[in-house]
Design a protein. Structure first.
Length: 365
């Protein structure tokens, strides 16, 4: 029997035809003998999602369907030229679809459900569970220490479940130490330094220059550390937050940058990027310990606390490339909009302050 090909996917997540959605819901066993009669599409995300576009789909059906199908989230590749190039280079949809199909079923922490997908070589689409009833994290506003701590414990469970797992090597969609900010940035440094040097101060600028000068040494050191499944962009914008203690207290989204690497880099990304300095002041040890003790409780062995602290320092140094890349890629100082200018500022000052407060430069001595 000849298999019927699916309708062509939409060119934009806000232009979904009923026939396309019906085909994929039927093909994946979510509906049977039910027609999708119309689809209302609501754009989501604004400038929050840089490697993708999203819309909330509200379909109408010919018959009653389960409640979870009353609304869905469609995620598609970006059309912004530079970010599209980054997405294609990183194969972001291959990574995220691979994560949901192969890793998500093996972890205990709550994750969004993937209903249908086509990675299309890295620039495809995903049909996901609608979780808009939860609070969306906001990178500019930041997170409280309690929210950071909860997130690190959930991420720690995923790290522990995949700690030194040789099975990760079998996934061709999951590269090693592949981070979106790991690239040559010298062509953006002079403009960044001129814009920020008076506000950051000489010590911070010197530290960032040292990171750029010794980036190979830094990357080589990270490559020698125990590997696990790493999110690679763990920050407030990629979180949904529910009631503490509930099943939905933290949901980690956007696995497009998943990679095999040093687990502590996720800790550095979250603390450094999403916990405002005034909020995290005096709380570094308890935030770090919450993650580290989760690893131990979940069965990770032969990973001493001082090793983990040094790994966190390596991660904080590596993350100092993020402000430079974001500033350059957003066209700083001539940003497209206020949010992108604010985002460049908060990522710069938070990551730099975290590296200084945690004395991260020790890791390169």
């Amino acid at each position: 029997m000849t298999k019927i090909s699916p309708p062509d996917p939409p060119s934009d997540p806000t232009q979904v035809q009923p026939e396309w959605l019906e085909w994929h819901l039927t093909e994946n066993g979510l509906i049977s003998g039910v027609k999708v009669t119309s689809v209302h599409c609501e754009p989501m995300g604004g400038s929050v999602g840089f490697l993708s576009r999203m819309a909330k789909l509200v379909p109408q059906y010919s018959e009653p369907v389960p409640e979870n199908l009353h609304s869905l989230i469609l995620k598609m590749g970006t059309t912004r030229p530079h970010f599209q190039e980054v997405a294609d280079r990183l194969h972001v949809f291959d990574r995220e679809v691979g994560f949901y199909k192969h890793i998500a079923p093996t972890v205990t922490t709550r994750l969004a459900k993937l209903y249908a997908s086509d990675p299309a070589g890295g620039s495809g689409w995903m049909l996901l569970e609608d979780l808009c009833f939860l609070e969306k994290g906001d990178q500019i506003h930041g997170l409280s220490n309690a929210q950071v701590s909860m997130t690190l414990q959930h991420m720690g469970e995923i790290h522990a479940a995949n700690w030194r797992q040789s099975s990760l090597n079998n996934f061709d969609w999951l590269p090693e130490d592949s981070f979106w900010f790991k690239e040559e940035l010298s062509n953006g440094w002079d403009v960044f330094r001129k814009h920020y040097e008076l506000r950051l101060g000489g010590a911070a600028i010197a530290m960032m220059e040292q990171v750029l000068d010794k980036r190979k040494q830094l990357d080589d050191a990270i490559a020698m550390r125990p590997r696990t499944l790493v999110h690679g962009d763990l920050r407030a914008d990629n979180l949904l937050l529910g009631k503490p203690g509930s099943r939905d207290e933290v949901l980690i989204l956007d696995w497009q940058t998943a990679t095999r690497s040093m687990g502590a880099i996720d800790v550095a990304l979250l603390i450094g990027g999403s916990d405002p300095p005034a909020e995290r002041s005096g709380h570094y040890d308890e935030l770090f310990d919450g993650w580290y003790e989760t690893l131990l409780a979940q069965g990770v062995t032969n990973y001493h606390r001082q090793e983990a602290i040094n790994d966190l320092r390596l991660g904080m140094l590596s993350a100092l490339r993020i402000p430079i890349k974001v500033f350059r890629d957003f066209g700083g100082p001539n940003f497209r909009n206020a949010r992108e200018a604010q985002l460049a500022d908060v990522l710069t000052f938070r990551h730099v302050n975290a590296a200084i407060d945690f004395d991260a430069i020790q890791a390169l001595s």
